[in-house]
Design a protein around this ligand. Structure first.
Ligand SMILES: [Zn+2]
Length: 179
């Protein structure tokens, strides 16, 4: 049963000091790296939020978020604590105007690449639990994949307190394993 590790948006802007920092986002790098190096996964995929300047998800355009992860800027780079060596495939998402692009499957080649490798199970880690991790995991379930979320390797934005916990509950209810 080929399994992929999906590392979601482990980027500077989502880590402390970034434009849309997730509290304690930097504390999960060790866990992500150890999973990526474990040899347990047939494929290690990393997504990055990769917005055009003035993307529709930004507040200046009436969207919910401050300017973040503009393509080819330091904020859109991987956080330096992330070990890039184990990464087999990189997916750039959030490039389409008019769409939030929360899911790694949205307007990307991810589904095709997983299918090409015969992947039928994924473990999802990264940032943020209540947005891009959640939506990536939901799309993986919709694609018929077996989905695990490693709760020790995700952190959430929690715009409303408890959002991350509710996201994990929703994923459990939809059929994901949360470990
Ligand atoms: Zn974004």
């Amino acid at each position: 049963m080929p399994e992929a590790l999906l590392i979601v948006d482990y980027q500077n802007d989502f880590n402390p000091g970034g434009a849309l920092a997730v509290s304690a986002g930097d504390t999960i790098a060790g866990r992500i790296n150890s999973l990526a190096r474990s040899g347990r996964y047939d494929l290690v995929v990393a997504t990055r939020d990769w917005h055009p300047p003035h993307h529709s998800s930004f507040a200046e355009r009436g969207g919910p978020w401050p300017v973040h992860c503009v393509r080819e800027t330091p904020g859109a780079e991987y956080h330096p604590a992330l070990d890039r060596d184990p990464i087999d495939v990189e997916i750039l998402k959030g490039q389409v105007d008019g769409s939030d692009g929360y899911s790694g499957f949205e307007d990307t080649e991810l589904a095709r690449i997983l299918a090409e490798h015969g992947v039928d199970a994924v473990t999802v880690v990264g940032l943020a639990t209540d947005y891009c991790v959640k939506n990536t995991a939901l799309d993986a379930l919709r694609a018929g994949l077996s989905v695990t979320v490693d709760a020790g390797a995700v952190r959430g934005v929690d715009v409303e307190p408890g959002d991350s916990e509710r996201a994990l509950e929703e994923l459990r209810a939809e059929g994901a394993a949360v470990s």
